[in-house]
Design a protein around this ligand. Structure first.
Ligand SMILES: *[C@@H]1O[C@H](CO)[C@@H](O)[C@H](O)[C@H]1NC(C)=O
Ligand SMILES: *[C@@H]1O[C@H](CO)[C@@H](O)[C@H](O)[C@H]1NC(C)=O
Ligand SMILES: *[C@@H]1O[C@H](CO)[C@@H](O)[C@H](O)[C@H]1NC(C)=O
Ligand SMILES: *[C@@H]1O[C@H](CO)[C@@H](O)[C@H](O)[C@H]1NC(C)=O
Ligand SMILES: *[C@@H]1O[C@H](CO)[C@@H](O)[C@H](O)[C@H]1NC(C)=O
Length: 418
């Protein structure tokens, strides 16, 4: 572990280099923008997803789908109204929520969005039992790695688990850091259980770098599709690993900002986003196979979390603040995101020991929940004319259901029962 930490430290100097570079090119809007996105995460964009038209042509066809007999398919079902459902296992007073997700404190008045429960077709979702999951995770580590939607889910799980801990002061960030989007790495310690729940911001999962010296001038930053993020050194010993990515894999957040794909020592000017994504997943696949101990780690890849902008996209006036209940019309649901298809293709082949990486398919159930976003109730200090946030989720809220699915999967794997 010490050695791993040292490796991680050695690589840290890239960060200041990117900052300096950003300053040098002060005139270049794109550099600054991308540097701030990468370094400070200022670009916790309400919606990084802008690849309209890149969806797979096939549509979700709920009526034609049935779970395979025997296995329960939690991904398919419906939202049912349930006043008494204890999904609000916690509330906004949970001290581990960052300001951007506390929608009611930020002015959201309606509460109906909290009164829906996900009902899978053909089976029931087990009730989340915080003390049970804590007990199973004792002396362990649960790791989330990916973009800011992963942080959304991480905070949800912390608050869900904290309900079973009577003395909340025994839960704290390892280095005393505040829970904010401005940190790239946060580790929440549950002292009574000697458990940490960690979040690593790695929006592409692979490394982001300054370009090689002889690169064309328009290349400001590169995504190294053949090298996993240097944080990965810290992912190996985890008992549960939940990956996610997707919201950054589009032209607007990459090539249009001077962020190109690199393989080996060279920038590949013709590689497009889909190919870059596919290759990065291959990189994750080889890393998983080589580095994970099947006795120790259960690995999940969460599917794409849909966004809900109407009357425009995230950066040109799209809104969702009028939505106070889930979508009722199935036919209105958008087609599956193309990246999910890539993720399933790769996760199917991602085996380590006797285990397969589990695809945590939350896209369909989440697509209904246009009512779950912060919309204009963003964190205090957000300018009134700032874009609405229709990509992250209010907490408590939809990511709680993702964690219920995660829990159900862990139980079915008999996670650390012995
Ligand atoms: C995810 O689940 C939905 C609902 O069951 C299904 O329609 C979709 O095909 C699944 N996606 C993938 C990539 O398996
Ligand atoms: C939750 O799990 C704990 C510990 O495993 C168990 O004692 C308790 O009965 C469970 N609670 C419910 C409501 O199932
Ligand atoms: C706490 O958990 C770690 C593994 O994450 C383990 O190495 C260590 O021995 C545990 N400490 C105690 C006091 O049990
Ligand atoms: C709660 O935990 C904190 C930190 O471990 C400790 O200082 C405090 O005494 C505990 N409070 C109670 C009531 O046990
Ligand atoms: C660049 O990437 C494309 C795939 O997008 C590939 O066909 C091509 O061979 C690559 N070019 C070089 C020089 O590696």
């Amino acid at each position: 572990m010490d050695q791993l930490t040292t490796q991680t430290r050695h690589k840290l100097p890239f960060t200041p280099v990117i900052i300096k570079r950003g300053l040098c090119y002060a005139l270049s809007f794109f550099v600054i923008l991308i540097s701030s996105i990468i370094v400070f995460n200022l670009g916790d964009f309400p919606d990084p997803l802008a690849f309209v038209g890149n969806f797979f042509p096939w549509k979700l066809a709920p009526n034609q789908r049935r779970p395979p007999s025997g296995a329960c398919d939690y991904s398919y079902g419906r939202w049912v109204r349930d006043e008494n459902y204890p999904i609000q296992m916690y509330d906004e007073n949970c001290p581990f929520l960052d300001p951007g997700f506390r929608c009611r404190q930020n002015g959201r008045k309606d509460v109906e969005f909290l009164k829906w429960r996900w009902q899978p077709d053909g089976c029931d979702l087990l009730r989340f039992n915080a003390s049970d999951l804590l007990e199973r995770s004792r002396n362990g580590r649960i790791v989330f790695a990916g973009d800011s939607i992963g942080r959304n889910q991480w905070e949800s799980l912390i608050c869900m688990l904290a309900q079973a801990v009577s003395n909340k002061s025994t839960i704290f960030e390892d280095k005393g850091s505040p829970i904010t989007k401005h940190k790239g790495f946060l580790s929440m310690k549950f002292q009574e259980y000697n458990l940490t729940i960690e979040y690593y911001r790695a929006p592409f999962l692979v490394t982001i770098n300054r370009p090689p010296i002889d690169s064309p001038a328009q290349v400001k930053v590169t995504v190294r599709v053949d090298e996993l993020h240097w944080y990965s050194a810290r992912w190996t010993g985890a008992n549960v690993l939940v990956f996610n990515t997707g919201h950054w894999w589009n032209k607007e957040k990459t090539v249009k900002m001077g962020c190109y794909f690199q393989e080996g020592g060279k920038v590949n000017m013709t590689m497009d986003v889909m190919e870059g994504f596919r290759r990065s997943l291959q990189t994750l696949k080889s890393w998983t196979t080589k580095n994970l101990n099947p006795e120790r780690s259960r690995v999940f890849f969460r599917s794409y979390s849909p966004v809900h902008y109407t009357n425009g996209k995230w950066d040109d006036g799209g809104v969702c603040d009028a939505e106070i209940e889930p979508e009722k019309n199935y036919k209105k649901l958008k087609a599956e995101a193309w990246n999910n298809q890539y993720i399933t293709d790769v996760t199917k082949k991602m085996t380590y020991g006797n285990w397969k990486v589990q695809f945590l398919n939350i896209t369909y159930l989440t697509a209904f929940r246009k009512d779950g976003h912060p919309s204009r109730h963003r964190e205090p200090g957000t300018l009134p004319n700032a874009p609405q946030d229709c990509s992250h989720w209010c907490l408590p809220g939809i990511p709680d259901t993702w964690n219920e699915l995660l829990y159900a999967h862990l139980l079915s794997m008999e996670f650390r029962t012995k």
